[in-house]
Design a binder for this molecule. Sequence first.
Ligand SMILES: Nc1nc2c(c(=O)[nH]1)N[C@H]1C(S)=C(S)[C@@H](COP(=O)(O)OP(=O)(O)OC[C@H]3O[C@@H](n4cnc5c(=O)[nH]c(N)nc54)[C@H](O)[C@@H]3O)O[C@H]1N2
Ligand SMILES: Nc1nc2c(c(=O)[nH]1)N[C@H]1C(S)=C(S)[C@@H](COP(=O)(O)OP(=O)(O)OC[C@H]3O[C@@H](n4cnc5c(=O)[nH]c(N)nc54)[C@H](O)[C@@H]3O)O[C@H]1N2
Ligand code: SF4
Ligand SMILES: [Mo]
Length: 726
Amino acid sequence: MSQPTTSTHKSFCRICSAFCALEVDVEEGRVQRVRGDASDPIHAGYICIKGRQIPHQMNGPERLRSAYRRRADGGFDAIATETAIGEIAKRVNAIVARDGARAVAAYMGTASHFNGATNAVVKAWLAGIGSPGYYTSLTIDQPAKIVSVVRHGLWAGGGHSFASADIVLSIGNNPIVSHLSLPGGVPGNNPVKRLNDEQRRGLKIIVVDPRRSELAKRADLHLQVRPGEDPTLLAGMVRAILAEELHDAAFCAEYVTGVEALRQAVDGFTPDYVERRTGVAADRMLEAARLFARGPRGMATSGTGPDMAPHPNLTEHLIISLNTLCGRWNREGDPIANPGVLSPVLPRPAQAIPRELMPPMLRIGGGPRSRVRGLQQIFGEMPTPALADEILLPGAGQVKVLFTMGGNPVAAWPDQRKTLRALDALELHVCVESEWTASARRADYVVPAKLPLEREDVTLFPDPYYERPYSMYSEAVVEPDFDAIEDWELFTGLARRMGKPLELPDGKGPIDAASPPSKFALMEQITAGSRVPLAEIRSHPGGHVFDEIDVRADAPIPGVEAKLNVAPEGVPEELREVRSEPVPALGRYGDDGSYTHLLISRRLRHVLNSVGQGWPQSRRKGTTNPAFMSREDFEALGLEPGEVVAIESEHDRILGVVEPSDDLGPGVISMAHAWGEAPERDGEVRDIGANTGRLISTERHYDSITGMARQSAIPVRVQRLEGGAA
Ligand SMILES: Nc1nc2c(c(=O)[nH]1)N[C@H]1C(S)=C(S)[C@@H](COP(=O)(O)OP(=O)(O)OC[C@H]3O[C@@H](n4cnc5c(=O)[nH]c(N)nc54)[C@H](O)[C@@H]3O)O[C@H]1N2
Ligand SMILES: Nc1nc2c(c(=O)[nH]1)N[C@H]1C(S)=C(S)[C@@H](COP(=O)(O)OP(=O)(O)OC[C@H]3O[C@@H](n4cnc5c(=O)[nH]c(N)nc54)[C@H](O)[C@@H]3O)O[C@H]1N2
Ligand code: SF4
Ligand SMILES: [Mo]
């Protein structure tokens, strides 16, 4: 008997944005095993439980191995992918001819961002047919981060690096589980090791989180803020820093405007008031403010927690303002730890740059507006919280065709019931997928996607977030044995059949749909002008740090005059609005005060949003998204661990499996999102989880700039079910 031939390849995981470096064992054309690449300079062998299941994701029974077309009776017929693309092109053509191009929209979910070519080609295709309907998961995630930069201003020289920090203030993020890196914060790449290394060096970390998160457990100071009260806590910290003159007065004098206006606007956020409203003792808040201000180096950063709670733009503005007030931006000559390997070479002066010189993405408004709630394009995208409305609202501009790319609307969009109505109302819904998800089962066409190890690619998405100038190029490690395509190939295929031009955004030039470029050529075009040419990155097998890149903040550009603004229009007003809100009484939440708990978002290590919920090793960690509650709440409500309860918001109702947690105070429920199915399957909650998105209204509580709905700190109440467990 001959032994199977095994070969080992270097590549990288693309399930989450950490893009961990892998060694992949291939036997007979199939990926058999993956492990972390111990020789990788930044990942050093680290991978997580999701990455270890890549062979299952690729070869397991859930894998979508054909294109499918929905029949009239709701079943699906397997068809060739080329046939599917041809039929989709005909139907899109007919709908555009009848209703105009605005009838066509694409929703770019999490997985779409992890293919370096997809977003650019989809933008090119939409532009080619003349549709503004580009929607992404960004506008149901952390759009407030971009709003805050646009309003406050961009410091072109960048901020302090994590490796050089004395202090990090981490507000509502948990990179130990999420592996999400944000500039200056605890990195998502090998996070525990990186945190340990720097803490040993002397780094201090302050965590603001209603939950004693994995990161909070390692913090020097944990402020267990009440959900949604970050604006008050941070306004209190700004007030203290200014009152005690702990800010960097020299930096502020030279580069910052609005300090006096901000000082006045936060005046009402006294330590007593902050304590009463946030639940954080005044002396702990003051200790945090002083510790952060002392620095001298280190950034305040945040994650999804406060950006999903009320007043996200204000929260993010106060975070960026803390950095500015304390002068945490690079000065002329300071090293820029990672200027980006794949990013274009741009001047990095140590100065604020005016709005008109900011990258085109940093823009609010412009282009066609949304038809609902007065919403607008932001960052050149249409707001995803309005997409279900755009599908349901009749009239000119109604969306009738949706391409769901690497996303799962039923699981992830706010207001699940409205989402389901919208998906049912579509004339044509195409899902490019690797599995039969709740959304794919409702689509008209399902097109099988190549998974990461079947794709050549480069570390484009995380490029600016690495701590050092790192990148990796990977060939496709295996070829699928069925007609899967890369997501973007659907659009080169459609453009060819529809005779539409494809012009890449940001002046990256045309692509010829009649003879589409290779992935490498396409990636070269997309990354044209990058600091390191793609071919050079490819010449290094495995991950590589380009240590020769030594970029320092430049001298200010003569004639360019701009200041960072800590009190732009809207901010003092919103601070006054927050200050005049009644202090929510504990256990009396919601517009009528009849809701007892606040439900907050969180992430679970063994899944990525809805991805992996069916995978065997992940299922051993749990088959539901528990509703975690404090032991006090268990006692007060007489709950049993593992009991099924009803969780009701002002908007809707779900069932949830309660579990006690020592990491939460009373009155808080912590639950992961993107679980569960349509309401008729609620009875299966122990096996498929519960959809927290259903509890969210996109119309009652939303941010007027981005449309972002209140996805955390949601008022809810808990009801025991008749006869106990469902
Ligand atoms: N394992 C895993 N990794 C993931 C994901 C996943 O589902 N699983 N999802 C990926 C995605 S899409 C994203 S966007 C990133 C997100 O990355 P992170 O933002 O780091 O996500 P979380 O781990 O949910 O951390 C958010 C924290 O905010 C806290 N929080 C909730 N509400 C509030 C509040 O009102 N105020 C404050 N201060 N804190 C609050 C929560 O308790 C939680 O600890 O993670 C990505 N990585
Ligand atoms: N209530 C509440 N709602 C939330 C959040 C929350 O915290 N609370 N978080 C929000 C956030 S931050 C986000 S980012 C969204 C996430 O929303 P989505 O991105 O819409 O949801 P995912 O579950 O990540 O969907 C990813 C899909 O891509 C598929 N997939 C995997 N690999 C590939 C591939 O290579 N190609 C293709 N075509 N498909 C692939 C997977 O099978 C999966 O179905 O949810 C948001 N919704
Ligand atoms: S943290 Fe896990 S899922 Fe994310 S890239 Fe690394 S191995 Fe993949
Ligand atoms: Mo996200």
